[in-house]
Design a protein around this ligand. Sequence first.
Ligand code: FES
Length: 116
Amino acid sequence: MYNYVEVDAEHLEYVTVAEVSELGNGERLIVDIDGEMIAVFNIADHYYAIGDVCSHDDGPVAEGELVDYEIACPRHGAKFDIRSGRVLTLPAIVDIPAYPVRIEGDKIQIGLPAEP
Ligand code: FES
């Protein structure tokens, strides 16, 4: 299960990744959190985060073209829903991680699975 958006808050640790002012409407930001590449999107001031590693062949999926909520991996074109990480088209067949995003004051925070 990769869709951490649906995980209860007590099983998440929120990490600050940027200031709100650093991610304008329509922009994306790719951050490295302990070696894990995660992309954060601002779509009409709603925020979404996905893992930036394509499940097909490890391509930098978050660098691809975004149409509505669908991102197309720049390597072979597999599409994913940035709200859930759900795979939408071949050649990928496995979802990618999606993370909840919250705004705390002027900080953008991503919810990562807490250590057990
Ligand atoms: S690496 Fe993303 S579609 Fe192949």
